[in-house]
Ligand binder design. Structure first.
Ligand SMILES: C[S@@+](CC[C@H](N)C(=O)[O-])C[C@H]1O[C@@H](n2cnc3c(N)ncnc32)[C@H](O)[C@@H]1O
Length: 276
């Protein structure tokens, strides 16, 4: 069995099962079995798979066909050009969340200290700490997620401290920038999620209460306690979350509250400036 034939067979199986991106998935799973970089698939199409490589590739395809996310099989997802370990305890970082990074770099490029609330893999805290050359603190309720985030920070040499607590309740600050991509799926929508999300990703990372915006109303007052005057609070929001999250900013000392949409044109990032 050559690389070329293995790719074709993997593609056929995944495409027949109706899975998204069958070619890319077959490539990623085969590379994982071969322990190679992507270029190898095209520079060595006649490479004969060893028995072990073939067995591993077959097992990965089988797991994917049963619904397991590719990133849970390879245990890695790229975010803003860097590899992040993922686990069943962490949300798989999404490309849409890179929009928050871009907005934070544009809006708060001078931040020296930042806080990421609900850090998961650490994707936001680590990326922003490295891009801004800032010191970061990141929180999560999940001990297992924080273990993964700590691993990622060490692997990427990012200056991030991790704290297990409810939102930012254990912290004193001050911070120049607070970011958060909290759970924001309304309870009624959980059943409608793709099975690969609903059945494999942690509900602690997904479920945002009845409306999906309640957690933002808890974060905003905490940010008021922690931000330096003039500092920014920047949220990722769900596609229906804008009005509810704007409401969270409405009664406090917030100015320059504004929304940006992602590449798909969906409301994605809402920010406000703490102006006491
Ligand atoms: C949507 S995920 C975002 C993860 C990561 N920031 C990202 O963008 O990929 C939300 C994260 O918030 C954490 N979380 C949920 N409720 C929390 C709470 N009350 N306090 C702290 N973290 C919480 C979850 O464990 C999860 O890691």
């Amino acid at each position: 069995m050559t690389v070329k034939t293995a790719l074709r067979q993997g593609y056929d199986l995944l495409a027949e099962a109706g899975l998204a991106e069958p070619r890319l998935t077959a490539e990623v799973l085969l590379l994982h079995a071969l322990h190679r970089e992507r270029i190898y698939l095209y520079s060595h199409p006649e490479h004969e798979l060893s028995t072990l490589e073939w067995l591993h590739y077959g097992r990965y395809l089988h797991e994917r066909l049963k619904g397991r996310p590719t990133q849970h099989i390879t245990r890695v997802q790229e975010f803003y050009g860097r590899p992040f370990r993922v686990s069943p305890a962490t949300l798989i970082p999404r490309p849409e969340t890179e929009h928050l990074v871009e907005q934070a770099l544009q809006t708060a490029g001078g931040a020296r200290t930042l806080l990421d609330i609900g850090t998961g893999t650490g994707a936001l805290a680590i990326t922003l700490a490295l891009e801004l050359r800032a010191r970061a603190v990141a929180t999560d309720l999940s001990f297992d997620a924080l273990q993964v985030a700590r691993h990622n920070a060490a692997a990427l040499a990012a200056p991030v401290d991790f704290v297990q607590c409810d939102l930012a309740s254990a912290l004193t600050g001050p911070f120049d920038l607070v970011v958060s991509n909290p759970p924001y799926i309304p309870a009624a929508e959980m059943a409608t999620l793709q099975p690969e999300v609903r059945d494999y990703e942690p509900h602690l990372a997904l479920l945002g209460g009845e409306q999906g915006t309640e957690i933002y109303h808890r974060i905003v007052p905490q940010a008021e306690r922690l931000l330096t005057p003039g500092g920014w609070l920047i949220f990722e929001i769900g596609y229906q979350g804008e009005a509810g999250v704007r409401g969270a900013f409405a009664h406090g000392p917030w100015q320059e509250v504004s929304l940006t949409c992602d590449l798909a044109g969906l409301p994605r990032v809402l920010r406000g400036r703490y102006t006491p």
